[in-house]
Design a protein around this ligand. Structure first.
Ligand code: UDP
Length: 288
């Protein structure tokens, strides 16, 4: 069996099918296809003829390509990587002196590409509303600049302008994994205020570190956050509700503790690599 990840590799399918006619071909699609442009869907479909099965994160993601057999497998995080290990197990932990924020004041973090779907401008607005009610609240927006995301730099510039030199807003780019790890651990609340999402690995990454998550009801976020148990879920455009949730958590260390423990258990049960491995073994058994 060969698994092709995401649209970028799908173009290999016809050649693989020709060279290895016995090989089962699986396309692992990580994105939400439910609102895809018809021309993009047709382009993808033109490569799917030789694919035996697609794998999606949520059942509805497969609907627009309804004639292709689909299996639902949510992604998972690897607890042994530098991004997810406990700090004591890191060979090269980040230096606490390099932190741009004050470790003694409330900290809200969103880790996401600088992309309109991750709504960094909405996150800034949430921060403003939170900071009016929680003195000293700080925000970190940590975002990579992937080479395959040409919009990133323009969005970053727009967010930096909107942040308007607020000393309590920190835009951090291209942190190493151990740095992301430290941020997700140090945060009092992790935000994932996406307008659209595939799965949002960042949610499981935060919950695994016992940090509660305030997220939106899009893509894979509700799959990971139990509303009122490990975090809160709100409609993507409801800035006030998101701000209320953040304030609620910042003001209640005991609730943060309870939510954090529950979040870690959810990830342990459903979003770590052993479950992903089991799903793939089943896939191999089905596909071959
Ligand atoms: N990420 C990172 N550095 C950053 C921003 C993001 O390492 O500055 C990682 C993040 O920890 C996660 C992945 O990139 O593992 C993003 O995955 P997710 O599913 O949340 O969103 P996507 O970018 O795939 O839409």
């Amino acid at each position: 069996m060969a698994v092709l990840h995401d649209p970028q590799t799908l173009g290999m399918a016809p050649t693989l099918a020709e060279r290895f006619p016995e090989l089962a071909l699986v396309w692992r699609c990580h994105i939400d296809l439910t609102d895809a442009a018809p021309s993009a869907l047709e382009f993808v479909r033109s490569y799917l003829e030789t694919v035996d099965r697609m794998v999606v994160t949520l059942p509805e993601y497969a609907d627009p390509l309804g004639d292709v057999p689909a299996t639902v497998v949510p992604p998972a995080i690897d607890p042994l990587t530098a991004k997810n290990r406990p700090p004591s197990a890191l060979s090269d932990p980040p230096d606490a002196a390099d932190r741009p924020f004050d470790p003694d004041r409330p900290l809200v973090v969103q880790v996401s590409r600088f992309d309109p779907w991750k709504d960094p401008l909405g996150v800034l607005e949430v921060h403003r509303r939170v900071a009016d009610r929680v003195p000293g609240a700080q925000l970190v927006l940590a975002g990579a600049m992937p080479d395959d995301d040409p919009e990133g730099e323009a969005v970053y510039r727009e967010v930096a302008a909107a942040a308007d030199d607020d000393p309590d807003v920190h835009l951090l780019t291209d942190l190493p994994d151990a740095g992301i790890n430290a941020l997700q651990r140090h945060a009092d609340v992790v935000l994932q205020k996406s307008l659209r999402e595939g799965f949002a690995l960042t949610v499981s990454e935060a919950l695994w570190k016992e940090t509660p998550v305030v997220g939106t009801t899009v893509g894979g976020i509700p799959l990971q956050v139990d509303d009122g148990e490990s975090g809160f879920l709100e409609a993507p455009d409801d800035l006030e509700a998101v701000a209320d949730d953040v304030v609620d958590l910042l003001e209640s260390p005991s609730r943060r503790g309870r939510f954090g423990e529950r979040g870690r258990e959810t990830v342990r049960e459903r979003f770590l690599t052993p479950r992903l491995l089991a799903d793939h073994l089943e896939l191999i058994a089905t596909a071959s």
